[in-house]
Design a protein around this ligand. Structure first.
Ligand SMILES: NC(=O)c1ccc[n+]([C@@H]2O[C@H](COP(=O)([O-])OP(=O)(O)OC[C@H]3O[C@@H](n4cnc5c(N)ncnc54)[C@H](OP(=O)(O)O)[C@@H]3O)[C@@H](O)[C@H]2O)c1
Length: 321
């Protein structure tokens, strides 16, 4: 049984601000409650929302400094709460624990509710698994639970070269949909084509309407959006009567309501059944988790500077171990 230290290294903030407020701290290792597990973190995923929280946005309104960011990541089980029997110490796991009051994944240890944790799919190593929980759950739930996408349907995945979009392209192809991906830049277009998109268009230029008409002359069935604004409105123009749009909350500006179109905002949900379904989809699709850059935990501020620079293809991660 590995010994658990009393303190750990964590990238945390003592006040809100720019990337420079993220500094290395020595903090107490969190103690798991009965329904929690303690994970020795291997890889922490860096989300675009982490920057919002760093700047002062609080999902719950509750703020306690020092604040440890990080909604998802991977690692090995270091300890189990008294009522947890689904895991054993040493298991390789990944987890999505939103707004965790005990602190996030930018740390050597995290204590999270056990239902937010799952075994790492066999086809992913711990680094790629650490980049996958939120992106995977958000992509899969958008496609299956909110769009109910079926084989041969047409879908525009808007913002396909980012963290969630790169996964969504692959899961939409797993469901045998026809995918028009909007991406940013030549490198973004090349990436989404390689991941399986049937067609790709640079959504930062003017081509969405023309590309969509060529792709689905009678209108597309669905749009899954990971970016907002004018280009998203152009995607909505391409929907057929009765078409549907889903987007995770956080996409801004949010799309305007339209007659004849079903618009569904949603949040990713972590749970035992949700992770079982995600693991199946990851295995079946042989998911490629795209990591744009990896930084040591001590360079969390640099990771946030990279995030702020924009045009991240896939995900940024922190290597904690
Ligand atoms: N509520 C939830 O449960 C939940 C969960 C996950 C994500 N989200 C939200 O979902 C959104 C996407 O998350 P993410 O992690 O995938 O973010 P991301 O990595 O920043 O992805 C967004 C992508 O959209 C691209 N993009 C922006 N404008 C575009 C345009 N006009 N045409 C084509 N592509 C465009 C961006 O490219 P550039 O970087 O080159 O501009 C980027 O690759 C965020 O708003 C996030 O907050 C919500």
């Amino acid at each position: 049984m590995p010994t658990i230290p009393r303190t750990m290294r964590a990238a945390a903030l003592d006040r809100f601000g720019g990337p420079e407020v993220l500094t290395l701290h020595t903090l107490p290792v969190p103690v798991p409650d009965a329904d929690e597990v303690l994970i020795a973190v291997h890889t922490a995923s860096v989300g675009v929302w982490d920057a919002d929280i760093r700047e002062g946005w609080s999902p719950s309104g509750r703020v306690q400094f020092p604040l440890v960011l990080g909604s998802d990541g991977s690692g090995t089980i270091a300890a189990l709460g008294a009522s947890v029997d689904r895991f054993a110490v040493g298991d390789e796991v990944y987890s999505f624990a939103w707004d965790n009051p005990k602190g996030g994944f930018y740390a050597e240890y995290v204590a999270v509710l056990s239902h937010t944790v799952a075994g790492v799919p066999g086809c992913l190593d711990l680094e790629h698994a650490g980049a996958a929980p939120v992106s995977g759950l958000t992509a899969l739930q958008g496609i299956d639970d909110h769009l109910h996408l079926t084989a041969a349907e047409t879908v525009i995945i808007h913002g396909a070269s980012g963290g969630v979009g790169t996964v969504a392209v692959q899961f939409a192809k797993l469901r045998e949909a026809r995918v028009l991906a909007t991406a940013a830049g030549e490198d973004g277009l090349a990436l989404v084509r390689r991941l399986g998109a049937d067609h790709a268009v640079d959504g930062r230029r003017d081509g969405i309407a023309v590309a969509a008409r060529g792709f689905a002359p009678n209108g597309v069935d669905a749009v899954l959006a990971f970016a907002g604004g004018d280009a998203l409105e152009r995607c909505l123009d391409a929907l057929r009567e009765g078409g549907r749009l889903a987007y995770p909350n956080g996409v801004e500006p949010a799309p305007k309501p339209r007659r004849g179109i079903t618009i569904t905002p949603y949040d990713a949900v972590a749970g035992v059944a949700e992770f079982e379904r995600l693991n199946r989809a990851i295995e079946e699709s042989k998911l490629e988790v795209v990591i744009a850059a990896a930084y040591p935990l001590a360079d969390a501020a640099k990771a946030h500077e990279r995030l702020a620079a924009g045009h991240v293809l896939g995900k940024i991660v922190l290597r904690v171990r």
